[in-house]
Write a new protein. Sequence first.
Length: 155
Amino acid sequence: MKYNDLSVNKNTRPSRKGRGISAGQGKTAGRGTKGQKSRTGHRKMPAGFMGGQRAIMQAVPKLKGFKSIHPKAEVVYTDRLNELKGKVDNYTLAEASLISSPFVKVKVISRGELTNKIDLETQFASKTAVEAIKKAGGSFKKVAILKRPSTKEAK
């Protein structure tokens, strides 16, 4: 065994804080003066906690100019579906100018009477809209949002 192979561990006890001035960690015991972190029972605050003020993740969506990354679904009413027949999907709704593009989320909401039999294939529909479609002899199928074709051309 060589001298540099020896592992020497110093026998130190953990410091006992708050045991008087002469102990080195007396009075405030290294917690500073006043405040939430100086009190007994203080635990780590949750991420984003700002002392009772509104947290940053709650404040950001309410700021001026904030734009959500989750666009809202475009609404189509059942009485507007009377213009269409057969299978109705995002493409047919876009061709009829009921929605802006076939690549957006669509929600069908009940309003007025639905007389035509249609087979609706959209992302969302209210319960009353589905009932109205079935009452008219049609059906509703929930489908995923359509992906926009890539603009990159193969080289």
